[in-house]
Design a protein around this ligand. Structure first.
Ligand code: SF4
Ligand code: SF4
Length: 345
């Protein structure tokens, strides 16, 4: 598959993501609020290091190996986690005061042992050198989408105008080969409609010049959207000009189009209580596992430019990352959704 000249891409700054899940909820209320979609989170923010959503997705296979589709497996329902219910009635109307507390339940009433963001804020390392960061995760609208290659019904297609990867639900027969093939496990199965479903890149919004809900709603100003070939745009500059944002697991071979500014963290503290400047708190090896070898260059560039800015020198990279004006995150999709009738979004 050739690279689309007009590829919409996302950049997410992991130093700015708050883990607030506003993007997840914006997407959920927009696109996956219907029956059969209860367990679907087209974007979800996982605490890393962690098993993510679905549990252990990084080891489930898919993508390409030696130029062929690599074997993968379909995540089990319990690996996604259920859509929980809560005992609101018991707590609010049961008359038991502080003797009862809000607790989640699986749809069958049993106690959950896993959920979509089960490991929130757990991370890794020991106090005082524990560490974690948040990883928002959506479909990567890959330039070489293994889901598309695996579909025997030609139900998955990549749009010429923006490179979004979409599923034609009329053509989908629910065989779930795309779930096996996607190495990021970003496709869900809708048991009611018996079709595969996933992030649509908010294409009905893009077509009206409105940025995706996850970008528009992010209170951390952590997510940029734009066309990769727009040389004046923040996405192009962060990815290509500054090379400060590598993709996630590039070794999966699908040429993903979601890019991540890797997390920096304070140096660890030695037994005397001083910063140990000889090593990073977040092991670089772990970041290489996530973002490939390019992460070394990205981290070095970020540190160098941060230092320049601290010393009072101008830094285009730092200015872009700070995003002084909210509009800078939106690329060409600057239309205010409040001006568009809801039915058209
Ligand atoms: Fe397909 Fe998965 Fe890539 Fe999305 S992330 S385009 S579902 S292979
Ligand atoms: Fe194609 Fe649907 Fe099968 Fe996925 S589940 S491979 S979209 S037919």
């Amino acid at each position: 598959m050739t690279t689309h000249p007009r590829q919409v891409a996302f950049v997410i700054d992991l130093n700015k993501c708050l883990g607030c899940q506003t993007c997840s909820i914006a997407c959920k209320t927009h696109w996956t609020a219907e029956e059969g979609m209860e367990h679907q989170w087209w974007i979800i923010v996982n605490t890393m290091p962690g098993q993510g959503t679905p549990r252990g997705w990084q080891e489930m296979g898919g993508g390409f190996k030696d130029d062929r589709l690599a074997p993968g497996r379909i995540p089990k329902r319990e690996e996604w986690g259920q859509a929980w219910r809560f005992n609101y009635q018991e707590v609010l109307e049961g008359g038991m005061g502080t003797q009862v507390h809000l607790r989640p339940m699986n749809p069958d009433g049993s106690e959950p042992t896993w959920g979509p963001n089960w490991e929130e804020d757990v991370g890794a390392g020991q106090w005082p050198n524990a560490y974690f960061f948040y990883l928002p995760h959506l479909c990567h609208h890959c330039s070489r989408p293994s889901c598309l290659y695996a579909c025997p019904r030609d139900a998955i297609y990549k749009r010429e105008e923006d490179g979004l990867v979409l599923i034609d639900e009329e053509r989908c027969n629910g065989c779930r080969l795309c779930l096996e093939a996607c190495p990021y496990k970003r496709i869900y199965f809708n048991p009611r409609l018996e079709v595969a479903q996933k992030c649509i890149g908010c294409f009905p919004r893009l077509e009206q010049g409105v940025a995706p809900a996850c970008v528009r709603q992010c209170p951390g100003r952590a997510v940029w959207v734009g066309f990769l070939d727009d040389q004046e745009g923040a996405v192009h500059k962060l990815v290509h000009k500054w090379r400060g944002a590598p993709p996630l697991h590039p070794e999966f071979g699908t040429q993903p189009n979601v890019y991540y500014v890797p997390p920096l963290a304070p140096h660890p503290i030695d037994p005397q209580g001083n910063f140990d400047r000889s090593r990073p708190r977040i092991p670089t090896e772990y970041l290489r596992y996530l973002f490939g070898p390019q992460v070394d260059e990205a981290l070095a560039t970020l540190q160098r430019e941060r230092e320049r800015a601290r010393q009072g020198h101008p830094s285009e990279l730092m200015d872009i990352l700070i995003a002084y004006r909210f509009q800078e995150l939106l690329g060409p999709f600057t239309v205010n959704p409040a001006q568009i009738p809801r039915s058209r979004l």
